[in-house]
Design a protein around this ligand. Structure first.
Ligand SMILES: *Cc1c(COP(=O)(O)O)cnc(C)c1O
Length: 376
């Protein structure tokens, strides 16, 4: 059996090696390493795939979030509401910009931000909501967009984990994750569902004025060369990364299907085991399984992780510490016990290997090993 990896980038590369090597060589031959036709070509491809008017590349997903908040003109003192159960990037940029992060709890079954908790947290200083489409499934965007409209708030989607996912509104309209709010942000970190071979990120918007603003912010606050109208940043997607992404974007739907196949395999194997709570899917099309995350009931998580490690099966806890309990983000407004769902999840969750290159033998080996420990 091939070794089991949390994310099998080696196996995936072998399948697309010829195309990837060729486009990377093309960039080197053209010596157009920053901006240039490969980057704009990828941006146009991604606009078409997502059905969004503007895609603007940048250096990474964290920058995308920061640039979004700068482009929307958020100012120190403004409150930004986001999920407590997520990767640190969102609160990091909120803190760096001098904004005030307002954390809210999540749904215990989907792990996504809870709209009722958002509404309870709105004050007259609130300016934006940042829903995170956690683990590959869209947050309840219909409710979130309604709340935002009612209170005149911006919505910035953190789509680092759900590129390619669909969201279906109650009127039947289907939209791609990241295209529903004012701005969508994504990451092309290698292990993401659409990952490059280094760092990369992008912003999406349907608003042409905002798109122009984003283009200025990522480029040193400069519209006309060497005339700086505002303070910006230097955040670019480089051409070699764009070239890799162009090749992989053409396979994204196939990659999503492969992740769904693995997820279905896991869920089928675990469905009769009451100690393992499998991920809840709001609908099949809206989940692209960036992670396959179980909730463990009455299972010694450390023991299970050790058991899997002994069988050379990687696994991980996303995320072990809620943001309000992180040293860097301690805040007198928040105490242990304030976010019961997030705190419970941080103790119960376990993510299994998830990628595009499994065979059934590997999936059977993983599910057998989990059940062996849990049922002992
Ligand atoms: C990965 C990730 C980011 C940050 O992306 P980088 O490209 O690593 O900066 C932001 N938010 C979420 C939810 C992520 O998973």
């Amino acid at each position: 059996m091939r070794p089991i990896r949390m994310v099998d980038l080696q196996g995936q590369y072998q399948e697309i090696k010829q195309d990837v090597d060729q486009v990377i060589q093309q960039v080197i031959d053209e010596t157009s390493f920053v901006k240039g036709p490969m980057v704009s070509g990828f941006e146009r491809d991604l606009e078409k795939y997502l059905g969004v008017k503007h895609v603007i590349g940048c250096a990474n997903g964290t920058d995308a979030l920061q640039v979004a908040m700068m482009a929307l003109g958020l100012k120190p003192g403004d409150e930004v509401i986001t999920s407590n159960f997520t990767f640190v990037a969102t609160v990091e940029v909120i803190a760096l910009l001098g904004l005030t992060p307002v954390l809210v709890d999540v749904d215990p079954d989907t792990f996504n931000i809870d709209p009722a908790a958002i509404e309870r947290s709105i004050t007259d200083k609130t300016k934006a909501i940042v829903p995170v489409h956690i683990f590959g499934q869209c947050a309840p965007m219909e409710e979130i967009l309604e709340i935002a409209k009612k209170h005149n708030l911006f919505v910035i989607e953190d789509n680092a984990q759900a590129i390619g996912a669909d969201y279906t509104f109650s009127n039947g309209h289907v939209a791609k994750a990241g295209t529903m709010g004012d701005i969508g942000c994504t990451s092309f970190f290698p292990s993401k569902n659409l990952g490059c071979y280094g760092d990369g990120g992008a912003l999406f918007t349907n608003d042409s004025e905002l798109s122009e603003k984003i283009g200025i912010v990522v480029n040193h606050g400069m519209k006309v060369r060497y005339y700086h109208d505002e303070v910006g940043v230097n955040s670019r997607l480089d051409s070699i990364q764009a070239a890799v992404l162009k090749v992989k974007l053409a396979k994204l739907d196939e990659y999503c299907d492969k992740r769904r196949y693995a997820a279905e395999y896991y869920t089928k194997a675990f469905q009769l085991c009451r100690k393992l709570q499998t991920p809840k899917q709001e609908s099949l099309t809206s989940h692209v399984f960036h992670q396959y995350t179980l909730r463990l009931h009455d299972v010694d998580r450390d023991g299970l992780m050790k058991h899997l490690a002994e069988k050379n099966i990687p696994c991980a806890v996303y995320y072990p510490v809620p943001l309000h309990m992180q040293k860097a983000y301690q805040d007198p407004r928040y105490n242990e016990g304030d976010f019961p769902v997030t705190e419970m999840l941080s103790k119960e969750v376990l993510s299994l290997p998830m990628h595009t290159e499994f065979d059934d033998e590997q999936l059977a080996y993983i599910t057998d090993a989990v059940l062996e420990f849990v049922n002992q």
